[in-house]
Design a protein around this ligand. Structure first.
Ligand code: GDP
Length: 142
């Protein structure tokens, strides 16, 4: 299985609830290494650019408003099969439908405020990592 990197965002709802440490602990327990990490308050422009693929969706405005409400914590994660493994640990978009033991089941409130983001493909992971981190801010494992 190939070693991959993926982008994680701990969303405003989970940061507000002080679940950053708990979520990072779950990720490390699940075998991910944190190669880069930062807390940032997204501007409207940055949030709209990040979610540009959802521009036509009816919830786009709500999504941007939510993601810019308060700071997020963005991370680059690495492990074998990272994109699929992180999607599995993250759980379904709607926390009510997420499996037990997933981050969204534990910390998500509803389909909009669902605690975390994770890249949905390896190609998107590369784009999303570059959106937040220059290569110089991603420290490879020794
Ligand atoms: P994900 O890949 O599981 O995050 O799901 P999507 O790519 O389908 O949606 C991106 C994000 O948009 C989700 O994580 C939610 O934060 C938000 N979202 C999705 N569906 C809805 C919805 O029906 N209403 C609202 N307000 N937000 C939504």
């Amino acid at each position: 299985m190939a070693v991959e990197r993926t982008l994680s965002i701990i969303k405003p709802d989970a940061v507000e609830k002080k679940k950053v440490g708990a979520i990072l602990a779950m990720l490390e327990e699940a075998g991910f290494s944190v190669l880069a990490l930062k807390r940032v308050k997204l501007s409207k422009e940055v949030a709209e650019g990040f979610y540009a693929v959802h521009k036509a969706r009816p919830f786009f405005g709500e999504l941007v408003q939510f993601m810019t409400r308060s700071p997020v914590v963005v991370a680059v994660l690495e492990r074998d099969d990272a994109v699929a493994k992180y999607r599995a640990v993250m759980g379904a978009t709607d926390p009510a439908k997420a499996d037990a033991g997933t981050i969204r089941k534990a910390f998500g409130a509803n389909v909009g405020e669902n605690a975390v983001h994770g890249s949905d493909s390896l190609d998107n992971a590369k784009i999303e990592i570059a959106y937040f981190f220059p290569a110089s801010e991603v420290a490879p494992q020794a």
